[in-house]
Design a protein around this ligand. Structure first.
Ligand code: MG
Length: 167
């Protein structure tokens, strides 16, 4: 078994869409970024890459690369997932936290968990979602930023199973 963690921060600005975990959340402010600025998918991508010892999202998907301008960050997660699969690793479970003063995200938990489960080709009961505010202090609390943290556990049972099936 291997563990990975990821964390990401994006600035918030009015008049932009807000993507969280592959779900568009109605908000008067959205995250600023080179891609679709999905803070949660970026944290999840980094957690996945970390679990496989594969470096970080900036090495794989540089924010200076024009091909990632406005990119759907789901792609980053899928590529990281496939790289892990290539190492014989599959997700055991994923736990995430999104830090945002607004909007309140509890109503989107199911949709976000479902989207993450689909992207990771796993069951929704292996995905846990938590949302927290910034308690009115700091960049999150002032509504200037959104942050996300992700922790993932992966294991090599998929590889073992594959190996035993082919022998
Ligand atoms: Mg990011």
């Amino acid at each position: 078994m291997r563990v990975g963690i990821g964390h990401d921060t994006h600035r918030l600005e009015s008049g932009r869409p807000l993507w969280i975990g592959g779900v568009q959340v109605p908000s008067d402010r959205g995250a600023v970024g080179h891609s679709d600025a999905d803070v949660l998918l970026h944290a999840v991508t980094d957690a996945l890459l970390g679990s496989g010892g594969l470096g970080d999202i900036g090495q794989w998907f540089p924010d200076t690369d024009p091909q990632y301008a406005g990119a759907d960050s789901s792609r980053f997660v899928e590529i990281a997932r496939d790289e892990l699969a290539g190492l014989g690793l599959a997700v055991v479970n994923l736990d995430v936290i999104v830090f945002a003063e607004s909007p309140r995200l509890s109503g989107f938990a199911s949709a976000i968990r479902e989207r993450l489960a689909t992207l990771l080709e796993t069951d929704i009961d292996r995905i846990n979602f938590k949302a927290k505010t910034g308690e009115g202090v700091g960049p999150v609390g002032r509504g200037e930023a959104i942050e996300a943290t992700a922790a993932v556990l992966v294991d090599g049972h998929g590889a073992d199973r594959e190996a035993s099936e082919t022998t």
